[in-house]
Design a protein around this ligand. Sequence first.
Ligand code: NIG
Ligand code: FE
Length: 407
Amino acid sequence: MNLESLVLYDKIHQCVTLSGVAAKKGRHTTIKDLGVIENAAVVVDSDTARILWIGKSLELPQQFKEIVNQYSCEGEVWLPELVECHTHLVFAGDRSHDFAMRSSGKTYTQIAAEGGGILTTLSQTRQASVQELLERAQIDIDRFQKLGVGTIEIKSGYGLSLESEIKILKCIQTLQQIVSVQLVPTFMPAHAIPPEFKERSDDYVKLICEEWIPEITKLQLASYFDVFIEDGYFSVPQAEKLCLTAKDKGLSIKIHADQFKSLGGTSLAVKLEAQSVDHLDHINREDIKALSNSPTVAVLCPGASLFTGTPYAPARELIDGGARVALTTDFNPGTCPSRNLPLMTTLACTQMKMTVAESIAGITYNAAAALGMENEIGSLEIGKLFRVCQIKGSSYESLPYMFGELE
Ligand code: NIG
Ligand code: FE
């Protein structure tokens, strides 16, 4: 073994490995599953950027004691880099007026039906130059990164014409050249019905299936496909048609379901073996059961519930049933303009009665699973990528406790 390519991080005050969470594939997480090592050491192979050994400093194998590149990490608390598995990060403008209208009693759906909501952001995003979109997105990515995030999923969906959806997906591609965070692009043309297709949503679905999905996959601009199932947006049969076409072209599936109403989106996600089904604030009992036994990850968005003043997803029932539960900001201008993923753990613990351990698994291992990346990131184990974040405070319990103030 070439000792020169190895790096030893020693005397780490506390290292949260999530080894037990990974062993149980993110279900029924307990404190023990966090695999916390006090006074830890990590050996990294800098050629592959992978973890070669991890354990207690006192148990460091003899052969690693001679490593030249050694760092002493006294007082530090380490976790796997955080994973943000659901954002709508490329957009222009803001929606402060929607918020003001909600504060005077209008609902999200009423505002959308009157032409506000997603369509407001749509026209601003269509008009914006690539440079404007990039500058703003970079600021948002930097903010996520400052708060410990190393991977961000980004959806298109504020263009809703082939040209402007390509503009957004190409922005994500360009951003990946500029930022050090890993980006995961998702094509979401079925985010709303664009004005050109008002009252003709079936025609819009047909166009997406016949022309847009083939074009986006040919250009290799996305890994995932997402659809918003809701009254006034897309129905379950429309979503099924879209997702089957996308799957057939090699995209993996994500679905926005049960955000304001239970319409059967979760059953569809389970049936299609979607990677994740997101929101679930109004999921019904039957769908909780279906999801609990499936590999599809339940991605919950407590920031969107807080910001729109709507109910929180039934996290306890989902977790107790055995579901894999991840947490996200759902960062977007309409329902959650927050880039603070650690804050979501605070909300999860206080508003959805999740435990600290479950909330930490929700922004690491289970969020990685929502992106199909749990074999590479999301826990700190031998063979996995060495991607860590250091948090302020004396222990991992500081993460939800700090109320988002982790810088
Ligand atoms: O995930 N639900 C649909 N999409 C976003 C909201 C987008 C918007 O309002 O601009 C969400 O909450
Ligand atoms: Fe969303």
